[in-house]
Design a protein around this ligand. Sequence first.
Ligand code: ADP
Length: 543
Amino acid sequence: MPQQHSIYEQGLERQAANFAPLSPLNFLRRSAFVHPERTAVVHGQARYSYAEFYARVRRLASALAKRGIGRGKTVAVMAPNVPALLEAHYGVPLAGGILNAINTRLDPASIAFILNHGQADILIADKELSPAVKPALAQLGRAITVIDIDDPLAEAGALLGEKDYEALLEEGDPAFEAAEPGNEWQSICLLYTSGTTGNPKGVLYSHRGAALNAMGNCMTFGLTGASRYLWTLPMFHCSGWTFTWAVTSAAATHVCLRKVEAGPIFRLLEEERVTHLCGAPIVINMLATADDSIKRPLAGPVRVMTGGAAPPSAIIKAMEEQGFSVLHAYGLTEVYGPATACDRQEAWDDYDLPRRAAMMARQGVRYTTLDGATVKDAGTMAETPWDGETIGEIMLRGNTVMKGYLKNPQATEEAFAGGWFHTGDLAVRHPDGYIEVKDRSKDIIVSGGENISSLEVEEALYRHPGVLEAAVVARPDERWGETPCAFVTLRPGAEVGAAEIIDHCRGTIARYKVPKTVVFGALPKTSTGKIQKFALRQQAKDL
Ligand code: ADP
């Protein structure tokens, strides 16, 4: 049937002419053209319109190009959530380069490793981080151009570089334009995973994946031109879960924030009329449990995306009670941050809050912009049954999965075995198709041959009114192999002993899952607010 064939194929010859590489750079070009006067960036008292934001980005790209940054060259930035780091998400790729945003809490040896492994030619660093950056530079074993971010809002720090970031911008042309990206699969960012075992791995993002995940964020989180996004999530973490680009694509307003503290956050929520923010469950918990003297009534609806670790339903419930609208997302550095979200069903509106919060605590379903999210048996690659019980590994596939690990073909190959990206997260699939994480494969506790999900035990602990934070890890045990060991931080003023915690758990979960040991104290956390379970495992071992 030749006619059908031609309907199907007509216009294919023009495909090449209409093809344009997908890139977040086009988001900024459009927003600056359509909304030049709208506020793009807020930082303390400073405000940049979209026209100014774009001009600063072009100056940065031009100044970098003059210093030899072009295709395939890396520019590293180490900074809290300040305008310079946001601008680098556009200025570096506009020059053709790759942005390597570095975790601000890393030790000098790790920073030096990343700068060398990622082959950075220029490092732009906030002066407050000089205590770590200075020894890192000494360990590099090569010269590198250093530019300081001399932010007036920084509390302290030394200037280490040859000039200040604002002076660098002065070198650049505000009308600079480059034909970038030449190819949408070109790298835009290099981001290192925390690497709790061995050296950190460098994850490469493409322009295409970055643009798509950013658009997925807008669809999932409902960003519009009227949105005001507070930067509570580090931009160095998965490019701020790609909100660095999503907020700009919506021509919304970025509200910068140097430090994640409840006081300034509640102040900005009110004064800057914030509508959206993201954060790890620990950050959300900090807001939910902040002292009444710090809390302020919300100026309007505020949407909160949480992920990066499993949010106990008690935290979701507390936030919803205070008027925040919570969305739970799941992902990893390798998939541009959020890849699934717990898309809300109308039926849940009729549930009481605890039941709704329990539904929302599941990791959910794939982003619109991701091709596939499933749970498989890693051995056979067969999908696990949707019974809410059978544990398998979450596997992801699509345009928003990384290009690979830099200079690490073996790890890349292993991660993509069988054509799907292996997350290392263990989960079940419920009858409605929603995915629920049970544990990271390395966090699961095996006691007397039974698997115990540390998240399930934590969920039970968080339901005790005296518990502020909790984490459960395996403690080696002669008889059982491993037993659950709980680390608990109590709310101020709460007087609760181990026996009461254990009793409380007995009332909610199966006996073999109840912690045998309870340790009270503060919990060690990563820069992104995740509890460092490997440190707790070591502590449990040494008990
Ligand atoms: P790292 O924590 O090693 O730096 P990432 O920041 O990429 O790496 O974290 C990804 C991991 O965080 C996932 O593999 C998963 O274990 C955990 N994670 C992320 N989001 C969620 C979530 N919503 N629920 C449970 N675990 C999550």
